[in-house]
Design a protein around this ligand. Structure first.
Ligand SMILES: O=C(O)CCC(=O)C(=O)O
Ligand SMILES: [Fe+2]
Length: 185
C-alpha cells in the first residue's frame, strides 16, 4: 500500500501536467501547488447488496468529490456509475484491466471556472459479490491558493473568488458531517 500511495501520487501529478497543458498554462503550474499534497488513499469495502434493497440504499450515494482529481482503482465486480452531464442517465464505469477511473472534483471545477466539470457518481453493488476499491483523492497543499485567474480566467468571467485548498475541502467535509448530524437528530 505504501508503494501504491507513492505511484498513484506520481500518476496524479502526470495527470495534472496534462490538465495544465489542456488549459494552456505552464505544465508545472500544479506541481508548485502540490509540494505537500493533501493526498488521501483509502481502501473501500462494499458488502453484497440485496436485489430487493430500498431504492435509496447505495454502496456510495450520489455525490461529487470535493477536491481536484480522484484516481480510483476498482476490482472486476463493477457497480460504479457516473451521471452523464445534461441528462438523467447513469452510465456504468466498468472495470478495465490496468486502468484507473479519474473523477474531476469540485475544487478543480471551481479553479477552472467550470471548464472542467465535476462528475456525479455513485456505487450500487448488485453483483452478488463483495467489492473492493482504492480511492485516491489527490489534492493540493492545504495553503495552496485556488484562484481561477491563475488558470487563465479573466476577472469578468470569474465566478468564484480565490480560496485556500484546505479551507475549501475541510469546509465541505464539515458541511457534510453537520448535515449527517442534523439528519440523525
Ligand atoms: O469505490 C468507488 O468506486 C467510489 C468511491 C467514491 O466515490 C468515493 O470514495 O468518493
Ligand atoms: Fe467519490
Amino acid at each position: 500500500m505504501d508503494r501504491y500511495f507513492v505511484e498513484v501520487g506520481r500518476c496524479g501529478a502526470d495527470l495534472l501536467r496534462a490538465i495544465a497543458v489542456s488549459l494552456g498554462i505552464d505544465p508545472e503550474f500544479f506541481a508548485a501547488k502540490y509540494t505537500k499534497p493533501l493526498q488521501r488513499t483509502q481502501a473501500v469495502y462494499y458488502p453484497v447488496q440485496a436485489d430487493d434493497r430500498p431504492a435509496d440504499q447505495f454502496g456510495v450515494a450520489p455525490h461529487t468529490d470535493y477536491g481536484c482529481v480522484t484516481l480510483l482503482y476498482q476490482d472486476a465486480v463493477g457497480g460504479l456509475q457516473v451521471r452523464e452531464l445534461g441528462s438523467e442517465r447513469w452510465v456504468d464505469a466498468p472495470f478495465i484491466e490496468g486502468s484507473l477511473v479519474v473523477n474531476v472534483g469540485d475544487l478543480l471545477a471551481r479553479w477552472s471556472n467550470d471548464r472542467f466539470r465535476s462528475t456525479l457518481h455513485r456505487v450500487i453493488n448488485t453483483s452478488g459479490r463483495e467489492r473492493y476499491s482504492i480511492a485516491t483523492f489527490y489534492d493540493p497543499d492545504y495553503t495552496a491558493r485556488v484562484d481561477p485567474a491563475d488558470l487563465g480566467v479573466s476577472a469578468a468571467e470569474a465566478q468564484y473568488p480565490p480560496v485556500a485548498a484546505g479551507d475549501y475541502i475541510l469546509g465541505r467535509i464539515d458541511a457534510s458531517m453537520s448535515y449527517r448530524k442534523a439528519a440523525a437528530s
